[in-house]
Design a protein around this ligand. Structure first.
Ligand code: IMP
Ligand code: MG
Length: 336
């Protein structure tokens, strides 16, 4: 009976996909709709021994009863979408807003051949920057102009607002992270759009008064892919020694790893209007926490970390992810 936004609090790849998948199973939304930039984002969802990487389909797809929507603000690459719909077997459940901007082969070629984007900024090469640029210039095609997308078209904001009027539950999933927001991130080393909760609401045509909760997902040890400042970054030797080694879902580049950044967490929580926070990778703070699902089994070391993080964020931490698999999570939202 609510509308919740889930966004990334650091530089992306905080584990939003897994958090969304868990919340979807627990809260049973009728619609899960995606905001954010476009197929530059990669969400990983692991269910049992199956791992899925998605770039266009909302990561809540593992919850089978929800409609899966892509909001008007998002860029759609019809080839990526078609591939995922086939691969995941979700045809009939996926809807694209008729006004979504379209990524063409030309956008991808421009993203990859631009030294500024591909080398200096370290873009994902998925065409998002050039596509958003054309959209601002008002020369970009929209989803309704692409015949292959006809079967997916929907007025997504209307569907969401109708569901909310009927007191149903809706999840709005963000992509990327706060630190690469075009407005609030480490400009120019950012993506081509704002990534904060307000943007995710706007992307889906949901007014600010309709949002009940904003869950900001923070990683115990944040990571960053691509170029740009990262104040708490550690050497690869150190993160390797700690057993933290991650690779991007879209580009397969090794992610840079850093320590907890309390100042960034505070600022990010403020701009996102965080009401509750999720922490992922607590098993990197203390390996003994791997896979546990009971709050009372968290170690002293983990609890001390969570206390500090909660103070920094200024909102309760109600979700604690203890491993990559969907069920490896502690959910104390009800106890708030
Ligand atoms: P672009 O969005 O492809 O133009 O890339 C701009 C910057 O944002 C690069 O540093 C990318 O690595 C980063 N970026 C874009 N999307 C994501 C994401 O979903 N997760 C993490 N980094 C991202
Ligand atoms: Mg990602």
């Amino acid at each position: 009976m609510s509308c919740t936004i889930i966004v990334g609090g650091f530089f992306g790849d905080e584990g939003k996909g897994k958090v969304v998948a868990h919340i979807a199973h627990k809260d049973e939304p009728v619609i899960i709709s995606r905001g954010g930039v476009g197929p530059n984002a990669g969400h990983t969802v692991m269910v049992g021994d199956q791992t899925y990487g998605v770039r266009m389909v909302p990561s809540g797809f593992v919850y089978k009863k929800a409609k899966l929507c892509i909001g008007s603000g998002v860029l759609v690459d019809p080839r990526v979408l078609e591939h995922e719909v086939e691969m995941l077997g979700v045809r009939g459940r996926v809807f694209v807003d008729k006004r979504c901007g379209i990524i063409t082969e030309d956008h991808i070629a421009r993203d990859k051949s631009s030294t500024h984007l591909s080398k200096k900024i370290g873009s994902t090469g998925s065409g998002c920057g050039p596509a958003n640029s054309d959209r601002v210039m008002r020369i970009s095609p929209q989803a309704k102009d692409v015949p292959e997308l006809a079967e997916y078209l929907l007025d997504v904001p209307l569907a969401i607002n109708d569901a909310l009027k009927k007191n149903k539950t809706v999840l709005l999933e963000g992509t990327q992270g706060f630190g690469i927001s075009l407005y609030y991130g480490t400009y120019p080393f950012v993506t081509s759009k704002d990534t904060s909760a307000s943007q995710i609401a706007a992307d889906n045509g949901v007014g600010p008064t309709k949002i009940d909760d904003v869950i900001v997902v923070f990683k115990a040890y944040p990571t960053r892919v691509g170029e740009g400042p990262f104040s708490t970054e550690m050497t690869t030797a150190k993160s390797d020694a700690m057993g933290i080694q991650e690779f991007g879902t879209v580009t397969h580049r090794q992610r840079r790893v850093g320590g907890w950044d309390g100042d960034m967490a505070r600022y990010s929580a403020m701009i996102n209007g965080c009401t509750q926070a999720a922490i992922t990778g607590i098993d990197n703070i203390d390996k003994a926490c791997f896979g546990i699902t009971d709050y009372n089994k968290l170690t002293k070391k983990a609890l001390a970390f969570l206390k500090q993080a909660e103070e920094d964020i200024g909102s309760p931490i109600t979700l604690i992810s203890t491993g990559p698999e969907m069920s490896q999570i502690i959910d104390i939202r009800d106890e708030q």
